[in-house]
Design a protein around this ligand. Structure first.
Ligand code: SAH
Length: 232
């Protein structure tokens, strides 16, 4: 049977809103069953997790799995973190609308989008050019005008934009890069997975208090390696 073009168009137009509805429901379930249930209570973070269309931040063939509580492969050997960890790390930063945040490890841009829903400006650095460029395009297309993407080694941070109210590192570093500590504001918070890439790492909170650095271990995590700086 050959459908007339107008009928095909109509079917397509009907199909997209239905798909969006399905994703929205899955997002609601994800927040309710895996994020709120496991103790995330920050209203801003929960709202952002409900709002960001995660299926747009995974490879198209994985869109159907975007709302599972798992990390997903995004190509170039990298992964996008599981939603609970994204929510947890975001909550640790205590984000507010006035904040300027630095992210190291843009990947597909999902974490940056979650932050962008809450804070004023997000500066994010990706070391793999193809990932950085496509994340910049994706974020722009989706209207995240307050996210600025740079392709470079995040070890050096983004000195021209420093200091930052908060810093989030989404790749596992053996040690905390000193330039990032320097670029953190007094009273600021940084969250970073610290440890050997071949093992479980410890998600670590770094706070700058009266010029001193105070660290606190939060929970064991598994992240892809931080590849720049002196980590090689
Ligand atoms: N935050 C991402 C997932 C990050 S996966 C998201 O929400 O989709 C970790 C990313 O860190 C990878 O894309 C990897 O290429 C990047 N990365 C590793 N070392 C880096 C470095 N030194 N500077 C910048 N990015 C780095």
């Amino acid at each position: 049977m050959v459908l007339p073009f107008s009928l095909l168009l109509l079917l397509l137009l009907l199909f997209f809103p239905v798909q969006e509805e399905v994703h929205k429901e899955r997002r609601e379930m994800m927040v309710k069953h895996t994020i709120e249930k496991r103790g995330i209570s920050d209203r801003g973070v929960l709202n952002a997790m409900r709002t960001v269309r995660r299926h747009m931040f995974v490879p198209p063939e994985l869109a159907d799995r975007a709302y599972e509580d798992n990390p997903l492969p995004i190509g170039s050997g990298q992964t996008i973190s599981q939603p609970y960890i994204v929510a947890y790390m975001t909550q640790v930063l205590r984000p507010t609308p006035r904040m300027k945040v630095l992210e190291i490890g843009t990947g597909f841009g999902y974490q940056a989008a979650v932050l962008a829903e809450i804070v004023r400006e997000v500066y994010t650095i990706e070391i793999i050019p193809e990932l950085g460029q496509s994340a910049a395009e994706r974020l722009k297309k989706l209207g995240y005008d307050n996210v600025h993407v740079k392709v470079s080694d995040g070890y050096q941070g983004w000195p021209e934009q420093a200091p930052f109210d908060a810093i989030i590192v989404t790749a596992a570093a053996e040690t905390i890069p000193p330039p990032l500590i320097e670029q953190l504001k007094e009273g600021g918070r940084m969250v970073i997975p610290v440890g050997s890439p071949s093992k479980t790492q410890i998600l670590t909170l770094v706070e700058k208090k009266k010029g001193k650095t105070v660290t606190k271990s939060l929970l064991p995590v598994v992240f892809v390696p931080f590849t720049g700086g002196d980590q090689n």
